[in-house]
Design a protein around this ligand. Structure first.
Ligand SMILES: [Zn+2]
Length: 76
């Protein structure tokens, strides 16, 4: 699809690194499936995946995690 940010590039399947900060918790997710613009580099993550990330972040906050780096695991 055409990129809605720069309106020039095309989005392609790829991976993104997502950083979530909640209170004192910083979570870094690597290898998150995303579509990435080949022009401006904007990353688009679908709703299913982002709600999954938020859920994980909430658990980490409750557990008192300060910083964590993890790879996003695609549910088999
Ligand atoms: Zn773009």
């Amino acid at each position: 699809m055409k990129c809605p940010i720069c309106r020039h590039g095309e989005t392609e399947k790829g991976f993104a690194t997502v950083v979530l900060e909640r209170y004192k918790t910083t979570l870094i997710f690597k290898q998150v499936p995303a579509t990435v613009c080949n022009n401006c580099g904007e990353e688009f993550i679908n709703e299913t995946i982002s709600s999954e990330l938020f859920k994980t972040a909430k658990q980490a906050v409750e557990m008192g995690v300060q910083i964590d780096v993890r790879e996003y695991l695609v549910a088999a």
